[in-house]
Design a protein around this ligand. Sequence first.
Ligand SMILES: [Mg+2]
Length: 374
Amino acid sequence: MIKIKSLRSYYLEFPLIDPVITSFGVMKTRPCIIIELEDFNKNIGYGEIWCNFPSDAASYRFNLLNSLYLNNIIGCEFSNPEKLIDKIADTFKTLFVQSGDIGSFDNINAGLDCAFWDLFAKTKKIPLNKLLNTESQKHISVYASGINPSESYEKITIARSMGIKAFKVKIGFNHSLDIDLLNVLTDYFSNEEMLMLDVNQGWNIDEASKYLKILENYNFSWIEEPISALSNKDEFNNIINSTNCNLAFGENINNLDDFIFLGQNKKLKYIQPDLTKFGGISLINNLSKKIQSNKIWMHFLGSGVGLLTSAHIMSAINPSAFLETDINVNPLRTNLFKNELKIEDGKINFSDDHGIGGPLNFDTINKYLISSNI
Ligand SMILES: [Mg+2]
C-alpha cells in the first residue's frame, strides 16, 4: 500500500519575447503547474496540470489545487492508481458541476492522475512506460509544434538541426486559408518529411468544407481541428467522411465516449488526447484498449513533466508514432529536471530511471517560480 505523505506544487511562468499566436489568442508567457507527490518511502511522483490559457488559468488552478484538493490527498492510501483520482475528487465533484467549471476540474484531476501513476511506477522501481508495456522501447520520435506561419522556415530549420522530420504549422487565422503559405510550405519539405497543419478550431463548418477541398490538392499528413470541438457527432462524421484530407481531433475532447466515437470512425487516423488536460494516464490506458492504439498520437504543449510523461505513454502504446513537442525556447520544458530534456536524432531518449525519472532542477524552478505551497 502506498501512502501519500506530502503534495508540493509549483506554479511557474517563462516570459516569452516572441508571443505565441493562435487563431484564438496570444500567449505572452508559458505557464505550468507541477506537482510533487511524496510517499513515506521518499518516492516522488510528478504530474503537470494543463493551464495554458487564458492568462489567469494557472493561478486559478493552482489555488483550487491547494484550497480544495490538498487535504483530501495527504494521508491517502492506494495500491492501484486506476480511478484513484475519481474517488478522491468525488466529494467535491458537485461543486464543479454547479459552477459550470468542469474544465478546471478535469485539468487538475488529469495532472494528479499522472502523479499517482508516476509514484506507483517508482514504488515498483520500473520506468513508467514499462509499467504499461514491458516491451516498451526507450525512445519516441517527436514532431515540431508551436510554429507560427510567419516563422515557418526558421522554426523548421531549427527542428531539422535536431534530426526532426515532422513539423506542424498553425493556420486558420481570421477564418481564412493562406494559399501562398501552402505553396511555400510545400516547397520547403522533402518526401521523407511530414508536414501537418493546425487550424485550432478556427473555421466554421462551411469554411472547413470549402478549404479542405483546396487542401486535397496538397500533401499534408493531417489537418488538425478544422472545426470546433463542440461540433455534434453528425458534423464530425460529415466533415471526416466528406474529404480526402486526413483530419485529427482530440486535444479539446473531454469525454471518453467522444474519444471512442471518433476512434471508431474508420477514416479518422489521428486521435490526440492531452494527458495533462483530460483523463491523465488512466484515460489513455483505457482508450488504448477500446480503439486501435496506433491512432493515438498524443497532444502536448507544456512543460518537461507533461512532455516526458506523454513520451513514456506514447512509447508504451504507439511506439511508431510521433509525439507533439513545442519547438520554441522554453526552459520549463528542457531544464525542469536535473537531466536536460534533449532531442537527438529527432527522438526523446529515456534513461533507466524509475517512473519518468527526476529529480526536478530547483535552479529552474526558483528562477521562474510565481507561487508554491511550501
Ligand atoms: Mg492543436
